[in-house]
Design a protein around this ligand. Structure first.
Ligand SMILES: C[S@@+](CC[C@H](N)C(=O)[O-])C[C@H]1O[C@@H](n2cnc3c(N)ncnc32)[C@H](O)[C@@H]1O
Length: 251
């Protein structure tokens, strides 16, 4: 897929996710402008991003080193389609763009979060795709993602039916042989985040939640230091989606 600008020099407009209402992301994407598919905006997350600077929230990272390292190991090709699910105002999109990735999308429930990230990127914001939507209900184009990244979103799903729905979304959106990288609070991490209860996971538990077909390639633990100096343990799992295989551990 090739980046392009329209003939009059303005930013190219290629739509993002394939839903009943929009065109396939892989064919024509909506660069820079924010497509809002929200029907039930989350007041909680909107208010967080409206009232706090990105550097003030507990999950802020100056550089998402571990996420980037694992993404680059799974998808070295710079045209890999990478989706940061619940990316918020994370700097991961900045890092991926700076490293030369050309197909990066950020999806989040809170438009305010995406506006924060766009403002930070400034003239480079058009290099990513932006979608305000709920990961549980948005219609992803089938097999349209090479790497699904989620840091600190899945752990908010405390109801089994929501976790099942999330996994179904991954199975639809990630191409066979593609990867899903999910980071949650570890089993000894905090019990709440942003005032909300979370589920905590060891790598075995997190991998097990995704079930058959997800081959665990790598797992890691991260000691995250919040802007206020607290320590939070995270579990990262990088799995390859192999629909024809069992979820055996290979590394
Ligand atoms: C703790 S923050 C993590 C943000 C980012 N991943 C990071 O590591 O900096 C959780 C993010 O998930 C988003 N979020 C929560 N539930 C969501 C959902 N159902 N669909 C999409 N985004 C969601 C929130 O708006 C928020 O930006």
């Amino acid at each position: 897929m090739q980046k392009r600008r329209s003939e009059n020099g303005t930013r190219a407009s290629r739509a993002l996710f394939h839903t009943a209402a929009v065109e396939p992301w892989s064919l024509c994407r909506n660069r820079y402008s924010l497509r809002n598919l929200m029907t039930d905006p989350s007041e909680h997350w909107q208010s967080v991003y409206k009232n706090k600077a990105p550097e003030e929230v507990s999950w802020f990272q100056t550089e998402p080193h571990l996420s980037y390292k694992l993404i680059a190991s799974a998808a070295p090709s710079r045209d890999a389609r990478i989706a940061d699910i619940g990316g918020g105002a994370s700097t991961l999109v900045d890092t991926l763009i700076a490293k030369g990735y050309t197909n990066v999308a950020v999806l989040d429930l809170a438009p305010a979060a995406l506006h924060r990230a766009q403002a930070r990127l400034g003239a480079d914001a058009w290099r990513a795709d932006w979608l305000a939507a709920d990961v549980l209900t948005v219609t992803f184009p089938p097999e349209s993602i090479d790497v699904w990244h989620d840091r600190a979103v899945f752990h908010f799903l405390t109801r089994p039916e929501d976790r099942d729905r999330y996994v179904e979304q991954v199975k639809r959106a990630v191409r066979p042989g593609g990867h899903v990288l999910v980071a949650t609070f570890a089993e000894d991490g905090p019990t709440r985040c942003s005032g909300l209860p979370v589920a905590r996971y060891s790598s075995e538990q997190l991998h097990g939640t995704f079930g058959l077909g997800f081959v665990l390639e790598k797992s890691a633990r991260e000691d995250h230091t919040t802007p206020s100096g607290a320590h939070q343990a995270f579990t990262y799992c990088l799995c390859r989606w192999e629909p024809d295989h069992s979820g055996r551990v290979v590394a």
